[in-house]
Design a protein around this ligand. Structure first.
Ligand code: CMC
Length: 372
């Protein structure tokens, strides 16, 4: 039996949700280019597309928007948990536990899977914002159903309505993170779903996988790197030193993209605009220089900026502290997780791979008194 470490190049399902062309740097949700969706669509419409396989008509979009807005409130026991959990808790642990608690209440109800998917998607920004405000000793801000998903997230976080630019940047950032085929967290969701466990338990597995620094954490590492460099004149020396000492440039490289990640291309433009508005343009200039010099050196090996390269800078400019970045990622990837769960369950097969045994067999059992 052949060993495929990391399941590299193993397909575990057919999908109609997302297609990545890693050589040309293209990404499609349900056949639509990410460039078009980022320019013309929005979170709610693209979520509909990913869940249901087609762009919604006006009525369908209105219904989904209303449902997403209606479901934003949290049950009191989840609010109490958020208020009482230690303030220095990892936000991904808080998110994971809160979703798990929502699953307890929901165990008995008869909603369809997509309704549960909408419900969880709707509540994640509330969980994150309530925790952020509580840990800063600020009053929590109740959701505002007149605002879009992205606007309401920023409103609950900061207590003021976002500017048009902030709303657009937040909306596009969420849209770009919504799905990415068979990444580690989506696979984790499917492993649980394939046992016919419930959707909440499956999503908890996804959050747990996304928490790891090899998956959801590279965006904050990329930002830290720009802060450490401090000035665009320091970039060349920093990169040379990093690479010569065998270190990696964070936010560069991808298992599938061997060219510029299209999501990074889109985020770069928004990072430029939002850092200007927020007085963080010096960080953008550093990033741009790292992008330029890094691509020149590493591009020969097919290593270019990935989505995380500019995402941290964007999230930070929008007011998220770096430890929150993976939770923002989760607030978007929930759409992909649940869409893949629903797709997989239409033709379910228990996921049960094999391990190649390398230990001994036939060892003689010795009573405890006789062991050394
Ligand atoms: N900086 C410098 N060299 C790199 C980098 C980098 N960021 N990434 C890969 N390499 C080199 C690596 O040293 C190796 O070189 P050699 O063949 O000479 O030993 C070669 O490229 C292949 O690297 P690998 O780790 O075997 O390739 P992979 O496909 O397993 O790695 C990766 C993909 C994302 C783990 C890796 O590029 C990396 O560690 N990047 C930095 C962290 C990062 O930005 N992660 C975010 C990924 S995007 C997340 C998403 O899409 O959700």
């Amino acid at each position: 039996m052949e060993l495929k470490k990391g399941l590299e190049d193993i397909a575990i399902k057919e999908t109609e949700i997302t297609y990545i062309d890693g050589n040309l740097g293209r990404l499609y949700y349900r056949g639509y280019s990410i460039f078009d969706l980022a320019e013309f669509s929005n979170f709610e419409e693209t979520a509909y597309l990913i869940w249901f396989g087609k762009l919604p008509n006006s009525r369908e979009l209105k219904d989904l928007k209303e449902k997403l807005a209606e479901e934003r409130n949290l049950p009191e026991y989840v609010v109490q948990f958020i208020k009482n959990v230690r303030k220095d808790a990892n936000p991904m642990d808080v998110l994971r536990t809160a979703i798990s608690m929502l699953g307890i209440e929901d165990e008995s109800n008869k909603e369809e899977l997509w309704e549960k998917a909408v419900k969880i998607t709707s509540k994640i920004p509330t969980i994150i914002s309530f925790f952020v405000r509580t840990r800063k000793n600020l009053d929590i801000i109740e959701p505002d159903s007149s605002l879009s998903h992205a606007e309401n997230f920023l409103y609950m976080l900061k207590g003021e309505k976002p500017s048009n630019l902030e709303s657009k940047v937040m909306d596009v950032s969420l849209l770009l993170h919504m799905d990415h085929e068979m990444n580690a967290s989506t696979f984790a969701c499917l492993v649980v779903a394939s046992t016919l466990s419930d959707i909440y338990s499956s999503v908890v597995a996804g959050v747990s996988a996304l928490k790891g620094p090899l998956h959801g954490g590279a965006n904050s590492e990329a930002l830290k790197q720009f802060m450490e460099i401090g000035n665009k004149d320091n970039v060349e020396e920093y990169i040379m030193k990093k690479l010569e000492s065998g270190h990696r440039i964070m936010g560069f490289g991808h298992r599938i993209y061997k060219t510029y990640d299209p999501r990074a291309k889109i985020l770069k433009e928004y990072a430029k605009m939002i850092t200007k508005e927020k007085g963080l343009y010096n960080l953008y200039e550093v990033a741009e220089k790292v992008d330029e010099i890094g691509s020149r050196i590493l591009g020969k090996k097919g290593i270019y900026p990935n989505v995380d390269f500019y995402a941290g800078l964007v999230f930070y400019s929008l007011g998220f502290e770096p430890d929150l970045f993976p939770t923002v990622f989760a607030s978007s990837r929930i759409v992909g997780w649940t869409a893949h769960i629903m797709e997989y369950l239409k033709d379910n097969k228990l996921i049960r791979p094999k391990a190649i045994y390398k230990g001994e067999i036939g060892r003689k059992y010795i009573g405890i008194q006789e062991r050394e």
